[in-house]
Design a protein around this ligand. Structure first.
Ligand code: FES
Ligand code: ZN
Ligand code: ZN
Length: 295
């Protein structure tokens, strides 16, 4: 099987490219994303966890920094998960040192008084909410234009399917490669430069570039629905892309979400109730009452 652009051997079936042309294609796709979503000259906060996706997106953005005049900062949250957090931090430090960009480490215990293992009820979902809250808060306080997330095509396909299976049509509205920033509402938008790239392509890029990343999953996510979905469904890259393009088309016909945004009485960040979910959860974690009513 030969590369579609030269005579060398192809390393991937779709797109059928050799090593050099694959790297070129991969980086060009992220460059196109920057152009399409007007990220040129923007100040970006890169949420880096040490997983392959955030390492790859962080690395490629550092390569494209000059071309697009990006202002970059890397942000790692020390979640306090034994072994997993230490290992991830090691990798993140190594990567950011190599590419020479500033890294901010946010220590959950020091800043908020708890660690993820203190959450005994639905840890993954509360961990996700906590991370989103912290990223938005830090990005807002430090005037970033966007937070960069490492979500890839496979994550987005799963997210959309999961919401369709659960009849959560309104959640579909929230999906997409970019959400807008609204400084007045203290909401910093999120961008996903790997949105159109499949997991297989990201793994291949990391391998070819010899990028370190944490090989094991977070111990809390071992049995996640996403993992089961991924192992049970086989789609080609083109099918995944078509699916996600269809979802983006469908989105145009969905009504805009009209939720009234207030500001949390405790922390001042956006919420739909008087006290935001993060503040309510934090209080419950610190008093050991999270999930108690549900039993
Ligand atoms: Fe948050 Fe796994 S990384 S629970
Ligand atoms: Zn080639
Ligand atoms: Zn709050």
């Amino acid at each position: 099987m030969k590369c579609q652009l030269c005579k060398k051997n192809a390393i991937l079936k779709s797109p059928r490219l050799c090593e050099d042309h694959f790297i070129e294609y991969f980086e060009r796709k992220i460059g196109k994303f920057i152009e399409k979503y007007h990220l040129k000259n923007k100040k970006l906060l890169i949420a880096i966890s040490g997983g392959k996706d955030s390492v790859v997106v962080g690395y490629v953005l550092s390569k494209l920094q000059e071309k697009y005049n990006l202002s970059l900062e890397y942000f790692f949250i020390r979640l306090g998960i034994p072994f997993f957090t230490e290992k991830s931090e090691e990798i993140v430090k190594k990567v950011t040192q190599e590419i020479g960009y500033p890294l901010t480490i946010y220590d959950l215990k020091e800043e908020e008084g708890f660690v993820i293992p203190d959450i005994k009820y639905k840890p993954c979902s509360y961990c996700g909410m906590t991370r989103r809250y912290i990223l938005n808060k830090y990005a807002y306080e430090n005037k970033f234009d966007y937070v960069v997330m490492g979500h890839n095509l496979d994550d987005e396909v799963f997210f959309a399917f999961n919401n369709l299976f659960g009849k959560n049509i309104s959640q579909i509205q929230r999906t997409g490669p970019l959400t807008e920033t609204n400084f007045e509402k203290k909401l910093i938008g999120r961008v996903k430069p790997l949105y159109y790239l499949a997991e297989e392509e990201i793994l291949l890029y990391a391998k070819l570039k010899n990028l370190p990343y944490i090989g094991c999953a977070c111990p809390n996510s071992m049995e996640s629905t996403q993992k089961k979905f991924k192992t049970k469904t086989e789609f080609t890259r083109d099918q995944k892309l078509n699916f996600i393009y269809s979802i983006l088309e469908i989105k145009k016909f969905l009504p805009e979400e009209t939720v009234e945004i207030k500001f949390c009485e405790k922390c001042g960040f956006p919420t739909t109730s008087n006290i935001c979910k993060f503040c309510r959860t934090k209080e419950k974690i610190l008093t050991g009452t999270l999930g108690k009513k549900m039993k």
